[in-house]
Each structure stands twice: as structure tokens, then as C-alpha cells.
Design a protein around this ligand. Structure first.
Ligand SMILES: [Zn+2]
Length: 73
């Protein structure tokens, strides 16, 4: 479990999955407008989709690495 370095709230697991290096929660990630991204988690029948909100800055970080997007599990 990771805690936001600004407000000490727990950072949602989905956000950490998409942005493993993030140190702040979505509320504290105020750079730019918010974007929604879809991540896929789990395996086989336990696969699930999660929609999370990220800042534009986070979005660029997330989308710059296409390989990572395709290997999330
Ligand atoms: Zn926060």
C-alpha cells in the first residue's frame, strides 16, 4: 500500500498499477486536466477492467511506454 506524499491518503491500486512511480493521489495530482485511462488487471477468468483518472502529466507518462501498457497483469 502506498500513501500520497501530500495528503497521506491511500493511493488506489489501479492508479499504482498504471503509474507505479506515482507518489500522489489523483486529488493531489493537479497538473493539467484529468484524463481517464482503462487498465486491465487479473488473469484468465479473473480479468477485470478498471477505469482510473489521471492528470495529463500522468497520462503522458503512462502512454509513452506502449510496452508497459501491453504487459500489465
Ligand atoms: Zn493526495
Amino acid at each position: 500500500m502506498e500513501l500520497c506524499i501530500k495528503c497521506s491518503d491511500e493511493i488506489p491500486a489501479g492508479r499504482l498499477k498504471a503509474l507505479p512511480d506515482t507518489k500522489v493521489c489523483i486529488s493531489c495530482s493537479t497538473a493539467g486536466r484529468k484524463k481517464a485511462i482503462t487498465i486491465t488487471g487479473g488473469k484468465g477468468e479473473d480479468t477485470y477492467n478498471d477505469i482510473i483518472l489521471v492528470s495529463e502529466e500522468d497520462y503522458k507518462e503512462y502512454t509513452k511506454d506502449e510496452v508497459r501498457k501491453n504487459t500489465l497483469d
